[in-house]
Design a protein around this ligand. Structure first.
Ligand SMILES: Nc1ncnc2c1ncn2[C@@H]1O[C@H](COP(=O)(O)OP(=O)(O)O)[C@@H](O)[C@H]1O
Ligand SMILES: [Mg+2]
Length: 303
């Protein structure tokens, strides 16, 4: 899985910058991020909506072009690659899992899982294929189309697809954002197992302190900068760190501590008479009980 690289980091950025638009309309999405992702580790990226998490993932995965700075996959600086080389690198060394699954509706689960290899004209390593299919628990669903699968099953198909080429690094942008908590836990358990059992490197964006607690390290972004990080985080560690984060650059007038000191978590049911306490910088996490599941509420905020 190391592709002959000597670097202990599967990927890293140097002063990574991304500006969308020009002049008065310019939005600084990444304001100079220098960050490494260790091999064989599970890293979470957290931060308020708009803090630059997706932009960071897309730039490191070679899906978007940064405005400045550099991205390395292993020892390869991807900004120096020609288009064809970048396409190859993305295909062979990077996996991506999207919040919305992104499966091809007309293909079966099996065909979806094998699609990137098929495009590359490659066949899967049969032992690896069996291991992934069994680990992700999809053996009896392989001939089903995405519409015949639950959300959790579809996302497990997407995870299997991302891992099938034995990529150096897998990026997952809110992989549990559209799932109920039980399906989300299955996806998180699979990602964790692929790190522990296969040495996979994974970087995952999440808003969920429970999801973050599956990882080895949490990196916090605010206004396009890294502002904090935690190692071996517990859910409580993550909550405390979220509480320490100032409201994004003072631009958003959010309370630094929740009214009444109570933080509302996804899955929590707020007492009927309580104010819906906001996590600083993470209004997605505050869910009034009348507005459906946390996942649905979060989707509304995110989309
Ligand atoms: N394609 C785009 N065009 C213009 N602005 C964008 C685009 N994508 C993201 N942005 C802006 O860049 C900032 C960071 O966005 P994003 O990386 O999506 O944040 P996050 O994933 O943390 O919610 C936000 O202010 C967002 O509005
Ligand atoms: Mg995002």
């Amino acid at each position: 899985m190391t592709a002959g690289s000597l670097s202990p980091l599967a990927a890293r950025t140097e002063d990574l910058r991304k500006v969308y638009g020009h002049g008065e309309a310019a939005v600084v999405a990444l304001a100079g991020v220098t960050l490494g992702f260790e091999r064989g580790k599970f890293t979470a990226v957290m931060g308020a909506s708009g803090s630059g998490k997706s932009t960071l993932m897309h730039c490191v995965a070679g899906l978007d072009n940064p405005t400045g700075g550099a991205v390395f996959i292993g020892d390869t600086e991807i900004g120096r690659l020609k288009d064809k080389q970048l396409t190859l690198l993305r295909r062979e060394r990077i996996g991506f899992v999207f919040q919305s699954f992104n499966l091809i509706p007309t293909l079966t689960a099996d065909e979806n899982i094998l699609l990137p290899l098929s495009i590359a004209g490659r066949k899967p390593d049969p032992e690896w294929y069996d291991l992934i299919i069994d680990t992700v628990g999809l053996r009896d669903r392989l001939t089903h189309k995405p519409s015949e699968l639950s959300g959790g099953q579809q996302q497990r198909v997407a995870c299997a697809r991302a891992l099938m080429s034995k990529p150096d690094i897998v990026f997952a942008d809110e992989p549990t954002g559209n799932l109920d908590s039980r399906s989300g836990a299955e996806v998180l358990a699979f990602l964790r197992r692929s790190v522990d059992d296969f040495g996979q490197t994974i970087v995952m964006v999440t808003h969920d302190p429970v999801g973050a607690a599956y990882t080895d390290r949490v990196v916090f972004l605010a206004d396009g900068e890294v502002v904090d990080e935690l190692r071996s985080p517990s859910r409580e560690d993550v909550l405390r760190a979220m509480g320490r984060l100032e409201p994004a650059g003072g631009r958003t007038a959010r309370p630094a501590t929740p009214p009444g000191g109570r933080v509302l978590l996804p899955g929590d049911v707020a007492p009927a008479h309580s104010e819906a306490a906001l996590l600083p910088g993470s209004s997605e996490l505050a869910v009034p009980p009348s507005e459906g599941t946390p996942q649905e509420a979060r989707r509304v905020v995110e989309d």
